[in-house]
Ligand binder design. Structure first.
Ligand SMILES: Cc1cc2nc3c(=O)[nH]c(=O)nc-3n(C[C@H](O)[C@H](O)[C@H](O)COP(=O)(O)O)c2cc1C
Length: 319
């Protein structure tokens, strides 16, 4: 008699703090627009959630073109956080996202604490249609000179506190432009963040040697894609090791199901797909399907079992 294998469905549900998601693969901020721009080429309700591009309290023009370029194993961008401002977004984009059944994570940025506060206040009346608020601290801190908020634990904490006005679960979106990302994550948690999103793009520069000038209109930019995945995995690993009760959303170079599983095993509860979306708008959906197949083939009943799994291994790296 041949044994028939029962193909049990893998439980893809995860939670990031109190935020429950039907699957662990989200779209990363800045890579799927503000609203339903990509609705014709992907099902925006398929990802665990869509993090919309970071919004400021007021409309912002962004940086001069060119804003994107290809680099080995990824891309570099300096879009400069162009956007319509929170009020226009809630009036013109959020209703369409809700009507399409999209699980929306909003994202805000500011150059001063007052700008974070105002952006959060403008979102507050609309919180019923928003799952969580990503607080993007990878922007210049004018209150504190020219450093990015993400550079210092105190600046990050202040921005996270200012964003409390939205009345939403706050995910602090951190960057590696700091000597100690664990200290920044701890400060974000202390300030009320219910999760951290790790990591934003990594500073980089590409020079056009014929023109003898930087390729991007703004000069330097942020590198994303597979080139930064090991850095993101390490940041997730270190934060998980030091702050076991702080949920993590892992982002940086995830392009396949195995990449996502690596991020989960490092300590993430969910992952985001960014740059891979430029090559294929349905990348997040595909990555999720690959995660499900991987789990099914290995007898993993629930994807949430994988969070931090590499820390439990006796060979788990610490260096
Ligand atoms: C073109 C572009 C625009 C982005 N805009 C934002 C943004 O507005 N806010 C933000 O928090 N991150 C932004 N990011 C960073 C991504 O959300 C993500 O953290 C980063 O790209 C690493 O993930 P990836 O390698 O999968 O792209 C942007 C990335 C790209 C490539």
């Amino acid at each position: 008699m041949t044994m028939r294998r029962t193909a049990r469905a893998v439980d893809l549900r995860v939670s990031v703090g109190d935020v429950e998601l039907p699957n662990p693969v989200l779209c990363a901020s800045g890579t799927v627009g503000y609203g339903t721009e990509l609705a014709g080429v992907m099902d925006l309700a398929a990802p665990g959630a869509v993090v919309v591009k970071s919004l400021s309290a007021d409309p912002w023009p962004g940086n001069p073109a060119p804003r994107l370029d290809a680099v080995p194993a990824g891309m570099i961008n300096s879009v400069g956080l162009q956007g319509p401002g929170v009020a226009a977004w809630t009036a013109e984009q959020l209703p369409a996202l809700r009507a399409a059944g999209v699980r929306v994570v909003a994202s805000i940025w500011g150059r001063t604490l007052d700008e974070y506060r105002r952006a959060a206040e403008l979102l507050a009346p609309h919180r019923a249609g928003i799952l969580a608020l990503e607080v993007n601290v990878s922007c210049p801190n004018l209150d504190d000179g020219e450093h990015l908020f993400a550079r210092k634990p105190t600046s990050t904490a202040a921005a996270v506190e200012a964003a409390a006005a939205a009345g939403l679960p706050r995910w602090a979106k951190l960057s590696l432009v700091t000597p100690d990302v664990v200290a920044v994550a701890a400060a974000a948690q202390e300030a009320g963040a219910s999760a951290v999103t790790l990591i934003n793009t990594v500073p980089g520069l590409v020079i056009d040697v014929v023109e003898r000038r930087p390729v991007l209109g703004a000069g330097a930019g942020g590198v994303s894609g597979p080139a930064i995945r090991p850095m993101a995995v390490r940041a997730v690993w270190e934060c998980r090791a030091a702050l076991a009760d702080l949920p993590i959303v892992g982002v940086g170079g995830v392009a396949t199901g195995v990449d996502a599983i690596e991020m989960l095993m490092a300590g993430a509860s969910a992952v985001q797909v960014g740059t891979a979306t430029f090559a294929s708008p349905r990348a997040a959906e595909r990555v999720c399907a690959e995660v499900a197949v991987w789990c099914r083939r290995r007898g993993v009943p629930a994807v949430s079992n994988l969070t931090g799994a590499a820390h439990r291994s006796p060979t788990g790296a610490t260096g």
